[in-house]
Design a protein around this ligand. Structure first.
Ligand code: FES
Length: 111
């Protein structure tokens, strides 16, 4: 049995639309870059991953502790947007690795 995840499967919800995506670890520099490339979302990822605009906000199901850690910039951008909470993250700060496999990502975007 091979222990390393070679393919990452993600379910992405944008409003009532569902997208089933596959990628590999390291194919994209962040979850935002993957969503930006594969799913058209109006006004998404405006600062291109600087962690400042908050337009790339997502909710990720499962254990938040297994995701990429949050830095101060991300905490402050989420607080400003009024949406801090377990599982709510800036997708530009999330690495695409095996921890994302099998999870559901709900795009929150700009509100
Ligand atoms: S792309 Fe702007 S905060 Fe993530």
């Amino acid at each position: 049995m091979n222990s390393g995840v070679k393919t990452i499967h993600l379910r992405v919800m944008v409003g009532s639309e569902e997208f089933l995506l596959e990628t590999r670890p390291g194919e994209y520099r962040s979850l935002m870059a993957l969503l930006y490339d594969r799913v058209y979302i109006d006004g998404f990822g405006e600062c291109r991953g600087m962690g400042r605009c908050g337009t790339c906000r997502v909710f990720i199901d499962g254990d938040p502790a297994t995701l990429t850690g949050m830095d101060r910039n991300e905490v402050s951008t989420l607080t400003k947007a009024g949406t801090e909470g377990e599982g709510v993250r800036l997708s530009c700060q999330i690495l695409v690795d095996e921890h994302l496999d099998g999870r559901t990502v709900t795009v929150l975007g700009e509100e």
